[in-house]
Design a protein around this ligand. Sequence first.
Ligand code: 2IT
Length: 454
Amino acid sequence: MSYVDEVLAKVKEKNANEPEFLQTVEEVLTSLRPVIEQNEEKYRKAALLERLCEPERGISFRVPWVDDNGQVQVNRGYRYQFNSAIGPYKGGLRFAPNVYPGIIKFLGFEQIFKNSLTGLPIGGGKGGADFDPNGKSDGEIMRFCQSFITELYRHIGPDTDVPAGDLGVGAREIGYMFGQYKKITGLYQGVLTGKDIPYGGLLGRTEATGFGVVWFAEEMLKANGEDIKGKTVAISGFGNVAWGTAWQLQRLGAKCVTISGPDGYIYDPDGISTDEKIAYMLELRASGKNICAPYAEKFPNAKFFPGKKAWNVSKDTDCKPDLYIPSALQNEIHLEDANTIVESGCKFVCEGANMPTTNEALAYLQDNGVIVGPAKAANAGGVACSCIEMGQNAGHTVFQHEDVYEQLHAIMVNIHKSAMEASLKYFGKYDLVKGANIAGFEKVADAMMAQGVV
Ligand code: 2IT
């Protein structure tokens, strides 16, 4: 049995109840086959892949907090410190009711390669809690965040582990956690990123993920003889990534025609192309209702399709998007959605969310000639700017907006180039999915081999 298959079997046995984690491990290790085969003996002896698939450390803890009625509530918090071969653990915190180790480990594993692809010195980690921020008051959010960090503070630090936001965790939550960390430790440190501007946040961090996704898509289109300018783009989600994506599509002259929420999707034939509409996305998000339907009331030319996913726009309307950018959740493109995308004649999918495509759907898209920009490459702009924020804090300085955009743009161009070159070298074809896995892996593997059995 090949080394990859051997490790895959072991990982499946050990983590049988964590389908999301198994999904990403399978996707990544399968792509790495040619690199592993070239070094099979060396890597097997060093148990490199077994080590890569086992978090260095996983912390699970009680998060007790008092709700507005005086009732004590208990949630479960997590931090998986996955890999520190190339830098301190870095990755977001997700607050959502479905959070359990399988979700945190999938995100943490992805983060190792994503962070490596940025070219910056950051290892991989992820955390969160099975806490649902929807419908909670500001006071409840604050008390939850304070309790969460009252345990987590002892495991993090600017040179050990630097969390940030993810679903359910934005600048407000980061603010409460930062305040509590400072109160407990007495240290004013860049221990969290995604902070607000007055206390160490980076100008441009909020839109960084979305901006990066679109710059990545621009490179992907260019490499295939196309220009993003003038393209019609369907995106899903209406959160942080979707907002930055819509804004950057506007800046680069493309037309974003959809957004979506758990309640359905919006089709706006005029495009989400004005400052007013982009600002309204922020309002929708801040409403805490987790629905996108009100967009169609505010902008009557737009139409709301209840209970449907944005990919159906090619069936429900006469719009045929040139590019899809899933920017909501994991596993939102299933096989039937991939089929709809292929049937619509679209040639490009660029992943804004983490692992939005099932492995089956991914294979179907690629087998049918759709170029896919994988999340760990395309959405790495967020964490890249987080690392810039760490540098800003450590240097006790402030970086300018335009400088951040310039660095971010260069990083995204470089990630595309690395993924493209790795895929051409090992597979002789343009396959960014495989190329990103390999390019991300190589640096981490070399660092792990150099550092001995740890
Ligand atoms: O998935 C991600 O890359 C993030 N949620 C951002 C992580 C970070 O540390 O900025």
